[in-house]
Design a protein around this ligand. Structure first.
Ligand code: UD1
Length: 328
């Protein structure tokens, strides 16, 4: 199968690209390197540096002949999306419309899309399954939900078969240590903790310890990127075998608190990792935990690398390697 991985130089995309190539899929990567990096590319596939906002360029690449597209190119900082909705409207919505139209024009019928738990908003019940009400609490989540709706119409009108993969909190790095690019200016918990451990930031801000959770800090469902990559692979095989669209949650089904992760990171890295307790970050729910029963049933998927130790140890390996000069 020939697959175009859009956003394949990014954090999740690079793990997906590596995983696919390891399993013998013929892949190419398209990325504009705005958040992705060349360090995340490998010599066994081709790379096209293009922007998804450039319709002609995307359409020309699609005409090279692919069986499927995996689309992971998006802006993803939920907080920023509330301050700069226009950026998210253009990059996520316009960018995806370009990709969809170019894919349809080129006759591509299989499409795997990076969706998010952010489409659900404030949880009405836990764990969150796919039937949970979809009321995004931030503009980022809104863009993901709108794209899912668009995919349903393109299925009905154009015969495009899609898999919408609703990630919970992606974390960790390739267990074999091959993905080396780090995210620039991360806002997510694990990379921020890693930057503190590596000496690049003075401390972690813990956004609230007054939540109705066991230790008062926010609880999330952290899922290792290699488990996400495996789900993309299985989703593609499923679309190939059954040509029927679907949407599934991808989570470990277990909640970890900010303070638990901080403590584990101190232990695993051996670094002090100073932390300040600050106020809540607006829009952050207390607890988000997935039900991944649907992915298990449909794809035979199960998280294998998403225990806290593996998530932190694989992340630290990537950060320690990259910043060995600043770690004493
Ligand atoms: C958010 C989105 C998620 C999206 C992800 C990508 C929501 C509800 N979730 O996840 O869909 O895919 O961003 O960026 O919109 N924290 C701190 N200090 C920090 C950073 C985070 O205490 O410096 C805490 C947060 O309050 C939260 C947890 O750590 O409790 C995880 O936060 P983060 O990594 O930013 O992810 P989410 O906000 O859960």
């Amino acid at each position: 199968m020939n697959v175009l991985v859009i956003g394949g130089a990014g954090y999740i995309g690079s793990h997906v690209a590596r995983y696919f190539a390891d399993r013998g899929l013929k892949i190419d990567v398209l990325d504009n390197l705005s958040t992705g990096t060349k360090d995340n590319l490998f010599p066994d596939y081709s790379f096209f540096e293009e922007d998804i906002l450039d319709y002609k360029a995307v359409a020309a690449i699609m005409r090279r002949g692919y069986d499927a597209v995996v689309h992971l190119a998006a802006a993803k900082a939920a907080g920023e999306s509330m301050l700069k909705p226009e950026k998210y409207a253009v990059q996520n919505l316009t960018g995806t419309i370009n990709i969809l139209n170019a894919a349809c024009e080129a006759g591509i019928k299989k499409f795997v899309f990076s969706s998010s738990a952010a489409i659900y908003g404030e949880p009405k019940y836990l764990p969150i399954d796919e039937a949970h009400p979809k009321e995004p609490a931030n503009f980022y989540g809104f863009t993901k939900l709108e794209i899912e709706r668009m995919l349903e119409w393109y299925d009905r009108l154009k015969g495009l078969k899609f898999a919408a993969l609703r990630y919970f909190n992606a974390a960790g790095y390739d267990p074999e240590g091959r993905v080396r690019g780090l995210e620039k200016n991360p806002a997510n918990l694990v990379p921020v903790i890693m930057e503190v451990a590596a000496g690049l930031r003075p401390h972690l801000d813990v956004f609230g310890t007054d939540y109705p959770t066991p230790d008062g800090s926010g609880v999330r469902d952290y899922i290792h990127v290699t488990d996400l990559a495996d789900a993309h692979y299985r989703a593609l095989l499923q679309l190939d075998a059954h040509a029927e669209s679907f949407a599934v949650n991808l989570g470990s089904e277990r909640g970890l608190s900010v303070l638990e992760i901080l403590e584990a990171a101190r232990r695993i890295t051996g670094r002090p990792i100073p932390a300040h307790i600050t106020g809540r970050r607006p829009g952050d729910p207390a607890t988000l935990v997935a039900s991944s029963a649907a992915a298990r049933k449909l794809l035979g998927w199960q998280a294998k690398f998403s225990d806290m130790e593996t998530i932190i140890a694989t992340s630290w390996r990537a950060y320690a390697q990259h910043h060995s000069h600043s770690i004493h």
